[in-house]
Design a protein around this ligand. Structure first.
Ligand code: LMR
Length: 334
Protein backbone atom coordinates (compact mmCIF):
# COMPACT_ATOMS: atom_id res chain seq x y z
CA UNK A 1 0.00 0.00 0.00
CA UNK A 2 1.42 3.43 -0.87
CA UNK A 3 1.90 5.94 1.94
CA UNK A 4 -1.05 8.12 0.99
CA UNK A 5 -3.45 5.17 0.80
CA UNK A 6 -2.07 3.84 4.08
CA UNK A 7 -2.63 7.17 5.80
CA UNK A 8 -6.13 7.44 4.35
CA UNK A 9 -7.13 3.99 5.54
CA UNK A 10 -5.58 4.60 8.97
CA UNK A 11 -7.67 7.79 9.20
CA UNK A 12 -10.79 5.88 8.10
CA UNK A 13 -10.16 3.19 10.73
CA UNK A 14 -9.72 5.88 13.38
CA UNK A 15 -12.91 7.64 12.29
CA UNK A 16 -15.00 4.47 12.22
CA UNK A 17 -13.54 3.24 15.48
CA UNK A 18 -14.22 6.57 17.20
CA UNK A 19 -17.66 5.99 18.74
CA UNK A 20 -16.66 2.84 20.62
CA UNK A 21 -13.08 3.67 21.39
CA UNK A 22 -13.13 7.44 21.82
CA UNK A 23 -10.72 8.71 24.45
CA UNK A 24 -13.11 10.44 26.90
CA UNK A 25 -10.35 11.53 29.28
CA UNK A 26 -7.92 12.86 26.67
CA UNK A 27 -4.92 10.92 28.01
CA UNK A 28 -1.47 12.39 27.39
CA UNK A 29 1.38 10.51 25.73
CA UNK A 30 3.34 8.53 28.27
CA UNK A 31 0.48 8.18 30.75
CA UNK A 32 -0.66 4.67 31.62
CA UNK A 33 -4.22 4.37 30.33
CA UNK A 34 -6.67 2.71 32.75
CA UNK A 35 -9.95 1.78 31.05
CA UNK A 36 -13.04 1.34 33.21
CA UNK A 37 -16.00 -0.20 31.44
CA UNK A 38 -19.50 -0.52 32.94
CA UNK A 39 -23.09 -0.95 31.80
CA UNK A 40 -25.21 1.65 33.62
CA UNK A 41 -26.13 5.28 33.05
CA UNK A 42 -23.40 7.84 33.63
CA UNK A 43 -25.66 10.30 35.45
CA UNK A 44 -28.04 9.82 38.38
CA UNK A 45 -26.89 6.26 39.09
CA UNK A 46 -24.72 5.27 42.07
CA UNK A 47 -22.27 3.27 39.92
CA UNK A 48 -22.25 5.70 37.01
CA UNK A 49 -21.52 8.65 39.31
CA UNK A 50 -18.89 6.76 41.31
CA UNK A 51 -17.09 5.65 38.15
CA UNK A 52 -17.07 9.24 36.89
CA UNK A 53 -15.67 10.43 40.21
CA UNK A 54 -13.02 7.69 40.14
CA UNK A 55 -11.92 8.84 36.68
CA UNK A 56 -11.80 12.48 37.76
CA UNK A 57 -9.72 11.72 40.85
CA UNK A 58 -7.22 9.57 38.92
CA UNK A 59 -6.93 12.19 36.20
CA UNK A 60 -6.31 15.02 38.66
CA UNK A 61 -4.11 13.27 41.19
CA UNK A 62 -2.13 10.93 38.95
CA UNK A 63 -1.64 13.36 36.06
CA UNK A 64 1.51 12.53 34.11
CA UNK A 65 1.52 8.96 35.47
CA UNK A 66 -1.91 7.52 34.80
CA UNK A 67 -5.13 8.47 33.13
CA UNK A 68 -8.55 6.83 33.45
CA UNK A 69 -11.06 6.54 30.62
CA UNK A 70 -14.56 5.64 31.79
CA UNK A 71 -16.95 3.95 29.34
CA UNK A 72 -20.55 3.85 30.70
CA UNK A 73 -23.73 2.30 29.31
CA UNK A 74 -22.22 -0.82 27.66
CA UNK A 75 -20.39 1.41 25.15
CA UNK A 76 -17.34 -0.85 25.42
CA UNK A 77 -18.28 -4.26 26.87
CA UNK A 78 -21.22 -6.01 28.50
CA UNK A 79 -20.63 -7.68 31.86
CA UNK A 80 -19.75 -11.10 30.39
CA UNK A 81 -17.26 -9.76 27.87
CA UNK A 82 -15.67 -7.36 30.32
CA UNK A 83 -14.41 -10.25 32.44
CA UNK A 84 -12.51 -11.66 29.44
CA UNK A 85 -11.32 -8.18 28.51
CA UNK A 86 -9.80 -7.74 31.99
CA UNK A 87 -7.65 -10.84 31.55
CA UNK A 88 -6.68 -9.83 28.01
CA UNK A 89 -5.59 -6.40 29.26
CA UNK A 90 -8.11 -4.62 27.01
CA UNK A 91 -9.67 -2.97 30.05
CA UNK A 92 -8.31 -2.61 33.58
CA UNK A 93 -11.32 -1.90 35.81
CA UNK A 94 -14.92 -3.14 35.81
CA UNK A 95 -17.76 -3.29 38.32
CA UNK A 96 -20.23 -6.03 37.38
CA UNK A 97 -22.95 -6.93 39.82
CA UNK A 98 -22.11 -9.76 42.21
CA UNK A 99 -24.72 -11.91 40.45
CA UNK A 100 -22.48 -12.09 37.40
CA UNK A 101 -19.51 -14.03 38.78
CA UNK A 102 -21.00 -17.52 38.71
CA UNK A 103 -18.37 -18.72 36.22
CA UNK A 104 -15.59 -17.77 38.67
CA UNK A 105 -16.93 -18.33 42.18
CA UNK A 106 -20.16 -19.56 43.74
CA UNK A 107 -19.51 -17.73 47.01
CA UNK A 108 -21.07 -14.49 45.75
CA UNK A 109 -24.41 -16.28 45.58
CA UNK A 110 -24.79 -15.15 49.19
CA UNK A 111 -25.56 -11.64 47.92
CA UNK A 112 -28.47 -12.99 45.85
CA UNK A 113 -30.25 -14.93 48.58
CA UNK A 114 -33.75 -13.42 48.78
CA UNK A 115 -34.64 -11.44 51.90
CA UNK A 116 -31.21 -11.92 53.47
CA UNK A 117 -30.34 -8.22 53.65
CA UNK A 118 -33.06 -5.96 55.01
CA UNK A 119 -31.31 -2.68 54.17
CA UNK A 120 -28.24 -1.20 52.52
CA UNK A 121 -26.75 -0.74 55.99
CA UNK A 122 -26.78 -4.48 56.58
CA UNK A 123 -25.18 -5.13 53.17
CA UNK A 124 -22.53 -2.58 54.07
CA UNK A 125 -21.92 -4.21 57.46
CA UNK A 126 -21.43 -7.61 55.80
CA UNK A 127 -19.00 -6.27 53.19
CA UNK A 128 -16.97 -4.67 55.98
CA UNK A 129 -16.91 -7.87 58.08
CA UNK A 130 -13.93 -10.26 58.01
CA UNK A 131 -15.92 -12.70 55.88
CA UNK A 132 -17.02 -9.97 53.48
CA UNK A 133 -13.46 -8.70 53.09
CA UNK A 134 -12.10 -12.22 52.56
CA UNK A 135 -14.45 -12.66 49.59
CA UNK A 136 -12.64 -9.85 47.74
CA UNK A 137 -9.74 -12.18 46.96
CA UNK A 138 -11.68 -15.40 46.41
CA UNK A 139 -11.11 -15.26 42.61
CA UNK A 140 -7.35 -14.69 42.61
CA UNK A 141 -6.68 -18.14 41.14
CA UNK A 142 -8.89 -17.10 38.25
CA UNK A 143 -6.85 -13.92 37.78
CA UNK A 144 -9.18 -11.36 39.41
CA UNK A 145 -8.80 -9.17 42.49
CA UNK A 146 -11.68 -7.31 44.09
CA UNK A 147 -10.82 -3.77 45.15
CA UNK A 148 -14.04 -3.12 47.03
CA UNK A 149 -17.80 -3.42 46.99
CA UNK A 150 -19.96 -0.71 45.51
CA UNK A 151 -23.52 -0.87 46.82
CA UNK A 152 -26.38 -0.03 44.50
CA UNK A 153 -29.69 -0.71 46.17
CA UNK A 154 -32.31 -3.26 47.07
CA UNK A 155 -34.20 -4.86 44.22
CA UNK A 156 -37.83 -4.29 43.29
CA UNK A 157 -40.03 -6.29 40.92
CA UNK A 158 -41.87 -4.78 38.01
CA UNK A 159 -44.22 -6.53 35.58
CA UNK A 160 -46.82 -6.06 32.88
CA UNK A 161 -49.57 -6.56 35.50
CA UNK A 162 -49.91 -5.63 39.19
CA UNK A 163 -47.85 -7.82 41.52
CA UNK A 164 -49.03 -7.80 45.11
CA UNK A 165 -48.68 -11.45 46.03
CA UNK A 166 -46.14 -13.98 44.75
CA UNK A 167 -49.02 -15.87 43.10
CA UNK A 168 -49.56 -12.81 40.84
CA UNK A 169 -46.27 -13.77 39.17
CA UNK A 170 -47.59 -17.18 38.19
CA UNK A 171 -46.89 -17.86 34.51
CA UNK A 172 -44.98 -14.62 33.93
CA UNK A 173 -41.52 -14.54 32.37
CA UNK A 174 -38.93 -12.40 34.16
CA UNK A 175 -35.58 -11.16 32.94
CA UNK A 176 -32.84 -12.07 35.39
CA UNK A 177 -29.11 -11.54 35.57
CA UNK A 178 -26.81 -14.54 35.05
CA UNK A 179 -27.67 -15.88 38.49
CA UNK A 180 -28.93 -19.36 39.33
CA UNK A 181 -30.23 -18.06 42.66
CA UNK A 182 -32.44 -15.59 40.79
CA UNK A 183 -33.59 -18.43 38.55
CA UNK A 184 -34.61 -20.56 41.56
CA UNK A 185 -36.31 -17.57 43.16
CA UNK A 186 -38.44 -16.89 40.07
CA UNK A 187 -39.37 -20.56 39.84
CA UNK A 188 -40.46 -20.42 43.49
CA UNK A 189 -43.03 -17.73 42.66
CA UNK A 190 -44.34 -19.72 39.71
CA UNK A 191 -42.67 -17.67 36.98
CA UNK A 192 -40.05 -18.54 34.39
CA UNK A 193 -36.72 -16.74 34.09
CA UNK A 194 -34.67 -15.59 31.13
CA UNK A 195 -31.06 -14.48 31.52
CA UNK A 196 -30.46 -11.37 29.42
CA UNK A 197 -27.72 -8.74 29.23
CA UNK A 198 -28.63 -5.46 30.89
CA UNK A 199 -28.61 -3.52 27.60
CA UNK A 200 -31.33 -5.84 26.23
CA UNK A 201 -33.81 -5.46 29.08
CA UNK A 202 -35.74 -2.38 27.95
CA UNK A 203 -36.35 -3.82 24.47
CA UNK A 204 -37.35 -7.20 25.90
CA UNK A 205 -39.90 -5.56 28.22
CA UNK A 206 -41.21 -3.28 25.50
CA UNK A 207 -41.74 -6.07 22.96
CA UNK A 208 -43.09 -8.57 25.49
CA UNK A 209 -40.19 -11.01 25.16
CA UNK A 210 -40.33 -10.93 28.95
CA UNK A 211 -43.17 -9.72 31.19
CA UNK A 212 -41.16 -8.40 34.11
CA UNK A 213 -37.82 -7.78 35.71
CA UNK A 214 -36.18 -7.03 39.06
CA UNK A 215 -33.71 -4.24 39.71
CA UNK A 216 -32.74 -1.26 41.86
CA UNK A 217 -34.71 2.02 41.80
CA UNK A 218 -31.94 3.77 39.89
CA UNK A 219 -31.73 1.10 37.19
CA UNK A 220 -35.52 1.08 36.85
CA UNK A 221 -35.52 4.89 36.56
CA UNK A 222 -32.42 5.58 34.44
CA UNK A 223 -33.17 2.76 31.99
CA UNK A 224 -36.87 3.80 31.87
CA UNK A 225 -38.06 0.24 32.61
CA UNK A 226 -41.04 1.68 34.51
CA UNK A 227 -42.33 3.25 31.29
CA UNK A 228 -42.90 -0.16 29.71
CA UNK A 229 -44.31 -1.91 32.80
CA UNK A 230 -47.66 -1.76 34.57
CA UNK A 231 -45.92 -0.76 37.79
CA UNK A 232 -43.14 -1.45 40.24
CA UNK A 233 -43.75 -3.36 43.50
CA UNK A 234 -41.60 -2.33 46.44
CA UNK A 235 -40.47 -5.81 47.45
CA UNK A 236 -36.88 -5.03 48.54
CA UNK A 237 -36.30 -8.74 48.01
CA UNK A 238 -32.61 -8.82 47.16
CA UNK A 239 -29.57 -6.62 47.11
CA UNK A 240 -27.82 -5.21 44.06
CA UNK A 241 -24.13 -4.60 44.69
CA UNK A 242 -21.02 -4.60 42.56
CA UNK A 243 -17.48 -5.85 42.80
CA UNK A 244 -14.95 -3.22 41.77
CA UNK A 245 -12.66 -5.68 40.07
CA UNK A 246 -9.33 -5.71 38.28
CA UNK A 247 -6.85 -8.20 36.86
CA UNK A 248 -4.52 -9.50 39.57
CA UNK A 249 -1.67 -9.55 37.08
CA UNK A 250 -2.22 -5.91 36.11
CA UNK A 251 -2.45 -4.78 39.73
CA UNK A 252 0.66 -6.66 40.78
CA UNK A 253 2.55 -5.31 37.78
CA UNK A 254 2.13 -1.69 38.89
CA UNK A 255 5.01 0.23 40.41
CA UNK A 256 4.38 -0.03 44.21
CA UNK A 257 4.03 3.74 44.71
CA UNK A 258 1.63 4.01 41.77
CA UNK A 259 -0.36 1.04 43.07
CA UNK A 260 -0.61 2.58 46.52
CA UNK A 261 -1.85 5.88 45.16
CA UNK A 262 -4.33 4.17 42.85
CA UNK A 263 -5.70 1.92 45.61
CA UNK A 264 -6.08 4.89 47.97
CA UNK A 265 -8.19 6.72 45.40
CA UNK A 266 -10.25 3.56 44.78
CA UNK A 267 -10.89 3.23 48.49
CA UNK A 268 -11.86 6.89 48.96
CA UNK A 269 -14.27 6.75 46.02
CA UNK A 270 -15.77 3.49 47.31
CA UNK A 271 -16.44 4.94 50.74
CA UNK A 272 -17.92 8.17 49.39
CA UNK A 273 -20.16 6.32 46.92
CA UNK A 274 -21.45 3.87 49.51
CA UNK A 275 -22.19 6.68 51.97
CA UNK A 276 -24.44 8.37 49.42
CA UNK A 277 -26.13 5.39 47.77
CA UNK A 278 -29.33 5.44 49.88
CA UNK A 279 -29.92 9.10 48.93
CA UNK A 280 -29.48 8.32 45.26
CA UNK A 281 -31.88 5.39 45.46
CA UNK A 282 -34.50 7.50 47.26
CA UNK A 283 -34.15 10.17 44.57
CA UNK A 284 -34.61 7.61 41.78
CA UNK A 285 -37.72 6.21 43.49
CA UNK A 286 -39.16 9.74 43.70
CA UNK A 287 -38.20 10.42 40.07
CA UNK A 288 -40.27 7.42 38.98
CA UNK A 289 -43.30 8.82 40.80
CA UNK A 290 -42.70 12.32 39.42
CA UNK A 291 -42.54 10.87 35.92
CA UNK A 292 -45.95 9.26 36.39
CA UNK A 293 -44.79 5.73 37.22
CA UNK A 294 -46.77 3.49 39.55
CA UNK A 295 -45.19 2.15 42.72
CA UNK A 296 -47.08 -0.41 44.82
CA UNK A 297 -46.22 -0.89 48.47
CA UNK A 298 -46.87 -4.21 50.21
CA UNK A 299 -48.89 -4.67 53.38
CA UNK A 300 -47.04 -6.61 56.12
CA UNK A 301 -49.20 -9.67 55.30
CA UNK A 302 -48.37 -9.48 51.59
CA UNK A 303 -44.69 -9.10 52.38
CA UNK A 304 -44.78 -12.16 54.62
CA UNK A 305 -46.10 -14.17 51.66
CA UNK A 306 -43.19 -13.08 49.46
CA UNK A 307 -40.69 -13.94 52.18
CA UNK A 308 -42.14 -17.37 52.92
CA UNK A 309 -42.37 -18.25 49.21
CA UNK A 310 -38.84 -17.19 48.28
CA UNK A 311 -36.72 -17.86 51.34
CA UNK A 312 -36.76 -21.67 50.95
CA UNK A 313 -34.36 -21.31 47.98
CA UNK A 314 -31.54 -20.60 50.47
CA UNK A 315 -31.26 -24.32 51.27
CA UNK A 316 -30.51 -25.13 47.61
CA UNK A 317 -27.40 -22.94 47.60
CA UNK A 318 -26.03 -23.42 51.10
CA UNK A 319 -23.49 -26.02 49.93
CA UNK A 320 -22.06 -23.73 47.21
CA UNK A 321 -21.87 -20.65 49.38
CA UNK A 322 -20.88 -22.25 52.69
CA UNK A 323 -22.94 -22.12 55.85
CA UNK A 324 -20.22 -20.02 57.52
CA UNK A 325 -20.60 -17.29 54.85
CA UNK A 326 -24.40 -17.30 55.09
CA UNK A 327 -24.23 -17.16 58.88
CA UNK A 328 -21.83 -14.20 58.72
CA UNK A 329 -24.19 -12.37 56.36
CA UNK A 330 -27.16 -13.07 58.61
CA UNK A 331 -25.16 -11.90 61.61
CA UNK A 332 -24.64 -8.55 59.86
CA UNK A 333 -28.31 -7.89 60.52
CA UNK A 334 -31.12 -9.08 58.35
C1 LMR B 1 -28.27 -5.86 35.70
O1 LMR B 1 -27.76 -6.54 34.80
O2 LMR B 1 -29.47 -5.77 35.91
C2 LMR B 1 -27.36 -5.05 36.60
O3 LMR B 1 -26.27 -5.83 36.94
C3 LMR B 1 -26.89 -3.82 35.92
C4 LMR B 1 -26.01 -3.01 36.83
O4 LMR B 1 -24.80 -3.02 36.62
O5 LMR B 1 -26.56 -2.38 37.72
Amino acid sequence: MNKLLGAASALAITMFAAPAFADPAGCDDGEMVIKFSHVVAEKGHPKGEAAKQFGERVNQEMEGTACMEVYPNTTLYDDDKVMEALLLGDVQIAAPSLSKFEAYTLKYRVFDLPFLFASLDTVNAFTQSDTGKSLLTVMEDEGYTGLGYWLSGLKQFSASKPLLLPSDANGLKFRIQTSDVANAMINAIGGSAQKLAFSEVYGALQTGVVDGQENSWCNIYTQKFFEVQDGVTETNHQTLAYLLVTSTEWLEGLDPAVREQFLKIADDVTQAANADVANKEAACRQNILDAGGTIRELTPEQRTEWVSTMKPVWAEFEGDIGKDVIDAAVASGS
